[in-house]
Design a protein around this ligand. Structure first.
Ligand SMILES: [Cu+2]
Length: 222
């Protein structure tokens, strides 16, 4: 191969790798007062539907019932994922689900329920499993307990594999989104009326996008 041909094929290679290049998207979620919001769910849906992230969402997760709380408070999973509930309290919990947001007030929206006996010392905790494959699983689901009205938790089933929770700094970062346009939406438990999704452009220059809620979320009691 002569030098000129070599240069041409090298240029072609460069173009190919540029076409497959990924960019980083940083989303900052703020509340109505401009303070960072932790545990908001950010979902990015690239226009390029064939791309897949290097680190996909886990196909299963465990939610513990501990000291009258769901831990973690918010769990993000792909649609179809398996969810395990483990009761680590010495008393019974009767876990139930309903749609989050305005849908929770519609009695026709029945979700799943799991009765979990309390843990006996020295014995393994009782657990139950649910698969997020039913109609209505997509998006946010509110978790509660028939016995303890104060218990609140959330699961978020995402169609896009680029989904995650914001950090205590209110930041969600996606490192390998395909270049081009993407739609970004934010879900937060106290934001009952969805805020408008944003159309963003992902490129080699790191983009930071701010999404501001119209509410100040309630603090979780600890
Ligand atoms: Cu309970």
């Amino acid at each position: 191969m002569n030098a000129r041909l070599h240069a041409i094929s090298f240029a072609a290679l460069l173009m190919l790798s540029a076409a497959a290049q990924a960019g980083t998207l940083v989303v900052s979620v703020l509340d109505k007062e401009g303070k960072p919001v932790q545990d908001a769910v950010v979902v990015a849906t690239p226009a390029n539907k064939n791309a897949r992230p290097k680190n996909p969402l886990p196909p299963q997760a465990t939610i513990s019932q501990e000291k009258m709380q769901f831990i973690p408070a918010v769990t993000v999973l792909p649609v179809g994922a398996k969810l395990q509930f483990v009761n680590n309290d010495p008393w019974d919990h009767h876990v139930r689900s309903s749609p989050a947001g305005m849908g929770q007030f519609n009695a026709a929206n029945a979700g799943f329920e799991l009765r979990l006996e309390g843990k006996t010392e020295g014995k393994p905790a009782k657990s139950g499993e649910v698969t997020l494959d039913k109609a209505g699983a997509l998006g946010a689901t509110l978790l509660g307990c028939f016995i303890h009205g104060s218990m609140r938790g959330y699961i978020y089933a995402s169609e896009s594999p680029w989904a995650g929770k914001t950090s205590d700094q209110g930041i969600a970062t996606f490192e390998d989104l395909p270049e081009g346009t993407a739609q970004v939406k934010v879900w937060q438990a106290d934001q009952l009326i969805d805020i408008a999704p944003q159309q963003v452009t992902v490129g080699t220059v790191q983009a930071k996008n701010v999404m501001q809620l119209t509410v100040v979320p309630r603090r979780r009691r600890s």
